[in-house]
Design a binder for this molecule. Structure first.
Ligand code: G6P
Length: 480
């Protein structure tokens, strides 16, 4: 039954646009998040009929729900913490993320046993909680935009509860090819695909991921031809670009200038090759996910210093590796490995006035923007990535043009590959060679490529990405 607040446009995602922290004195403080979805939704800001349904993620969020503290247009679900942990860490982060990014070390994992089945049940419960909330809040015929692998069962459940709704699902990750997807138990793979096929539209960031999804439907669900295997669901591609207006403005605020001064200090003089007589810099900025390939990036930099001694003392690799999903041991171990390899390079090569790697582990958006402005080379070498917005943001923000070393396995490759120096992310020697090529690009060419990269990167701003999806689902809601 529709609620009295009946929303016409609903967004559902695990992580919402706001989070709460419980202070020692019992007060709650709130913080707005960023990212493509938040910017995208601003296209319909002020639309009183929109609602974002998300999960309470920590004690602060749960306290906010229980105290009835809520932001307008946001509904947080207080799902049982154990159910949420099993669904989010046990399935979404440890299984679905691993499958789509192909991260398993297959001789020993994955293991789909009784414990996995228990977690999968929790995953169902968690998806059902979202579907129930959406069903209760949506007006007759409303548009519902469900986000990502966490909520892949929601469209199917919601379709049963509310056949009148127009439902879209969007995957922000890559999609696994069928041979890899079929690591999942057959019934689970089928349930997952059928969950998404409950939507009118299934959206992906690139054609490659959309094709992989269709191929999985054919392999797992059978049928002859694409239409038979994906039923009545439209498979759509909506690339997400950088938010140029926001980035250009934000990257010139005083806090960014302050951070830049500190970064320049850290980079130091050298032989006066780079702009302002400083050393050259290779910058990377990532959430420290296993798929980001930070360790091989460091190994490539080490090989550059090993095999081309002329770079010693003349370049600094600034790696911003911000913590992510630290509840999982495998993520903590990976972060430790990043630190170990960075230390190893520094102890091998550092001199009295040059430390080759600068590793930053504390998230600081203003400092990331400062590094984008200074970078001579941006290294974006993920094993696999749905899109990778860093690759798109750097060319927009750069002060003097930045060369981009880009993995061919990132979604952004489809749009940026032509003007980037592209690499196979597993090939450390080729990545070292690409870094050398990027560092030696003539100034003019670097600036020209950077301009073309910026144009390609901003072709689809988040607001347009969001409105295109809404329009395709329900034109009336997009304008109303
Ligand atoms: C990355 C992915 C998204 C995903 C998000 C979840 O940004 O590109 O597909 O939704 O991570 O991150 P979280 O920190 O909420 O686990």
């Amino acid at each position: 039954m529709a609620s009295p607040h009946a929303a016409r446009v609903l967004v559902a995602s695990n992580r919402g646009p706001v989070s709460y922290t419980l202070r020692d004195d019992g007060e709650l403080t709130s913080k707005r998040g960023g990212g493509g979805l938040v910017s995208g939704l601003s296209a319909i800001e002020g639309n009183a009929e929109s609602l974002w349904v998300c999960a309470a993620l920590g004690d602060g969020d749960r306290a906010a729900v229980r105290r009835g503290v809520a932001e307008d247009g946001v509904r947080m679900l207080d799902i049982d913490p154990e159910v949420h942990a099993d669904a989010y860490n046990g399935i979404a982060n440890s299984v679905l993320w691993f499958v789509h990014h192909m991260l398993y070390q297959t001789p020993l994992e994955p293991v789909f046993d009784a414990e996995f089945r228990r977690r999968w049940d929790a995953f169902r419960t968690y998806n059902r909680a979202f579907a129930d909330a959406l069903a209760a809040e949506a007006a007759e015929g409303a548009a519902v935009l469900v986000q990502d692998y966490h909520l892949c069962l929601v469209p199917g459940i919601l379709r049963e509860l509310r056949p009148d709704l127009r439902i879209a699902h969007f995957s922000h990750t890559p999609w696994a090819p069928p041979e890899y997807f079929r690591l999942l138990p057959d019934d689970i793979g089928a349930e997952l695909l059928r969950g998404i096929l409950g939507a009118d539209r299934a959206g992906f960031l690139t054609q490659r991921w959309a094709d992989a999804f269709t191929a999985c439907c054919t392999a797992v669900l059978g049928g002859t031809g694409d239409t038979a295997s994906t039923g009545g669901t439209t498979i759509a591609v909506h690339g997400l670009g950088a938010d140029a207006d926001f980035l250009r403005k934000r990257s010139h605020e005083p806090d960014v200038d302050e951070r830049m001064a500190a970064l320049r200090e850290r980079i130091g003089g050298g032989t006066g090759e780079g702009p302002d007589g400083r050393r050259k810099t290779i910058v990377r900025v990532d959430r420290t996910e296993l798929s980001k390939n930070i360790v091989r990036g460091l190994l490539a930099y080490r090989e550059l210093l090993d095999t081309r001694p002329e770079w010693r003392g003349r370049v600094v690799h600034m790696a911003f590796a911000y913590p992510s999903r630290q509840d999982l041991a495998v993520y903590r171990d990976y972060m430790a490995e990043v630190e170990r390899v960075a230390d190893e390079i520094n102890s091998r090569y550092a001199t009295a006035d040059w430390t080759p790697v600068a590793l930053y582990l504390k998230d600081d958006f203003a400092r990331s923007l400062g590094a984008y402005r200074l970078a001579d080379v941006a290294l974006v070498n993920p094993i696999r990535d749905g899109m990778n917005l860093v690759a798109k943001e750097v060319p927009v923000v750069t002060d003097h043009g930045c060369a981009l070393v880009l993995s061919r396995e990132a979604g952004a490759y489809e749009e940026l590959g032509r003007d980037a120096i592209t690499v196979n992310p597993y090939d450390v020697s080729a990545t070292a060679a690409a870094l050398h090529e990027a560092l030696t690009l003539p100034d003019g060419e670097r600036a020209e490529r950077s301009e073309r990269l910026a144009a390609a990167a901003t072709a689809l701003p988040p607001q347009r990405w969001f409105l295109d999806q809404l329009n395709a689902l329900d034109p009336a809601a997009a304008t109303g």
